[in-house]
Design a protein around this ligand. Structure first.
Ligand code: GNR
Ligand code: NI
Length: 172
């Protein structure tokens, strides 16, 4: 396993739609394991492949609480097949937008069809934090960040701060 660097916004790769995975093979399984190691190390509860610069439709998630056994999910080619009308609001963060948080309103429950690490098709119905995290990660596969759900004012405020932080880093 290997821990990989996480891209920080603004970065054109975070705005790009990722391609479907044609075949779940050893390369994909290795990527999923590397993504889990990177996510646990960060630490985060989810990670999408574009965040490590890989423009393929892969995500990993673990929403187990502290003290519970780990519950890693390896998800390939996810598709939302149902969204509840009921909405819920979470204070979201993102490893690619470090130190920025904002309330995002999304469907409270979703059904997601995906392939697991063996290539088998599965469907999960999720609520609460898992539903939010699945939608946040699937957004990444479509080049969408949580700030894209905010008002232009709030989005610009966060993006300008990130841009400025990057410029400071480049000249340091
Ligand atoms: O670690 C993460 N926490 C989080 C909290 C609320 C809503 C979504 C998330 S996902 C985030 C990790 C991340 O950036 N995944 O893409
Ligand atoms: Ni994110």
């Amino acid at each position: 396993m290997a821990k990989l660097p996480i891209l920080i916004a603004p970065d054109p790769r975070l705005k790009t739609r990722a391609s479907p995975v044609a075949k779940v093979d050893d390369r994909i399984r290795r990527l999923l394991d590397d993504m889990l190691e990177t996510m646990y190390d960060a630490p985060g509860i989810g990670l999408a492949a574009p965040q490590i610069g890989v423009l393929e439709r892969l995500i990993v998630i673990d929403v187990a609480e502290k003290g519970e056994p780990p519950a890693p999910m390896r998800i390939v080619n996810p598709e939302i097949t149902w969204r509840s009308e009921e909405l819920s609001t979470y204070n979201e963060g993102c490893l690619s937008l470090p130190e920025h948080y904002a309330d995002v309103t999304r469907p409270a429950r979703v059904k997601v069809r995906y392939q697991d690490e063996t290539g088998e098709t599965r469907e999960v119905e999720a609520g609460s934090l898992l539903a939010t995290c699945l939608q946040h990660e699937i957004d990444h596969l479509d080049g969408v960040l949580f700030v894209d759900h905010l008002s232009m004012l709030k989005r610009n405020m966060i993006m300008r701060k990130l841009q400025k932080a990057k410029r400071g880093q480049a000249s340091a």
